[in-house]
Write a protein that binds this ligand. Structure first.
Ligand SMILES: Nc1ncnc2c1ncn2[C@@H]1O[C@H](COP(=O)(O)OP(=O)(O)O)[C@@H](O)[C@H]1O
Ligand SMILES: [Mg+2]
Length: 385
């Protein structure tokens, strides 16, 4: 297993009576691109500020690169931070901005110049070292801020929504740039974002946060394909939830009776052995895992209903089907064959179907098991949840 870069152990943070982070424990591996994802106000920036040393935790322990950092101010930690508003010094050139942090190090001048030159190459701005920040585009300024933060070779780079000020196209460009640079320097990145696509596209692993808690930590595809709770499933992408009760178990398939949806057959893999007849469950199916067809094309897991509306997006259509119990089933149909829009079938009786392996069984509330984010748990270091 790779070494731990950051170990967060039972961290709590309160501002007065307001608890902002509750008993957070997880590890970030060396060289990992790790994202903190969650809605505004869930505590992402606060957690980042604790790691960076801008704020002390109320309780709990924090280790960076194997060392306890309690009481150390930001400049004494092996971290550096790129903030949301990346304030470059307006009167300094690009090269001087990047070299600024090196002055206080005991580094020979020639060495400093070499670092600045390499940094400019890394961000592909070698020709612009003599420019002032106001002579750069937003994306270029952001790259300079990144190079400045990396010049001192921190062990861990903390990034707080660094791309949120950029427009969509520039942002996508910068995302790929960020990933390329992270791979190149091999430094641990802890990246805060409220943009789920950004977190999915960039991260080796990500933590999904809500109201001061960590709900799940996993690789992006696991977060999307195997959410551990209804809360995570609902937060990432869109999801259909069909509530029901397990009727029988047939090998690897649970037969779930869902009011208005009929009998649904779902693979039990991933449900942690908690499935048994009589257990209340939620069957979760992503809209793109469902397909809509004529009512007579009935197959396994066919939910009958009426095609209520279709919104055409060019590459795909979002179809709303009204099921027998009046609830809406959302289907995302790719426009894989020329001419499919879905709109031609509005008002007709259809079925929405999915394969047993494409659905997820979730507990109606919470998660199947109390998941420990620590791996492996160290002797005496875990706190009771
Ligand atoms: N210095 C502070 N004093 C009091 N409350 C704060 C302070 N900093 C953050 N908070 C509160 O902590 C919560 C989490 O904030 P923050 O970490 O900035 O969330 P996020 O970055 O996820 O949007 C919010 O309710 C915010 O108002
Ligand atoms: Mg924030």
């Amino acid at each position: 297993m790779s070494r731990h870069s950051v170990e967060i152990d039972g961290i709590r943070k309160a501002f007065g009576a307001l608890t902002v982070l509750e008993n957070i424990s997880f590890d970030i591996h060396e060289g990992e691109f790790f994202s903190l994802l969650g809605p505004s106000g869930c505590g992402k920036t606060t957690l980042l500020r604790l790691i960076g040393g801008f704020e002390p935790p109320t309780s709990g322990r924090l280790l960076i690169d194997g060392q306890p950092v309690e009481g150390l101010p930001p400049e004494k930690r092996p971290t550096n931070t790129v903030f949301q508003s990346y304030a470059l010094f307006p009167h300094l050139t690009v090269a001087e901005n990047i070299g600024y942090g090196l002055r206080s190090l005991n580094m020979p001048k020639a060495e400093q110049e070499k670092v600045v030159k390499e940094s400019l190459e890394m961000i592909r701005l070698s020709q612009l070292g003599g420019r002032k920040p106001h002579e750069l585009s937003g994306g270029q300024r952001q790259r300079v801020a990144l190079a400045r933060a990396l010049a001192r070779r921190p062990k861990v780079l903390l990034l707080d929504e660094p791309l949120s000020a950029l427009d969509k196209q520039l942002r996508e460009e910068m995302q790929m740039e960020l990933r390329r640079i992270q791979r190149q320097v091999g430094i641990t990145f802890i990246f805060v974002t409220h943009d789920q696509e950004e977190a999915l596209a960039l991260s080796d692993r990500m933590a999904v946060m809500s109201a001061g808690r960590v709900l799940q930590i996993d690789a992006p595809d696991r977060i999307y394909e195997a959410p551990s709770s209804r809360e995570v499933a609902a937060f990432i992408g869109s999801m259909n939830f069909f509530d029901g009760v397990v009727e029988t178990i047939d090998g690897q398939l649970a037969h779930v009776r869902s009011p208005g949806k009929g009998l649904l057959k779902v693979n039990i893999a991933g449900a942690g052995g908690k499935i048994a007849p009589g257990v209340a469950v939620t069957v979760a199916v992503r809209p793109e895992k469902l397909s809509v067809g004529p009512a007579d094309a009935a197959q396994i897991n066919s939910i009958a209903g009426m095609l209520a509306s279709a919104a055409y997006y060019g590459d795909r259509s979002h179809i709303h089907m009204r099921a027998a119990d009046g609830t809406t089933v959302l289907v995302s149909a790719t426009n894989a064959q020329r001419g499919f829009r879905g709109a031609d079938r509005v008002g007709s009786t259809v079925v929405a179907s999915f394969r047993p392996e494409d659905a997820i069984l979730l507990p109606p509330t919470g998660a199947w098991a109390d998941i420990s984010h620590k791996q492996p748990a160290k002797e005496g270091s875990r706190q009771a949840a």
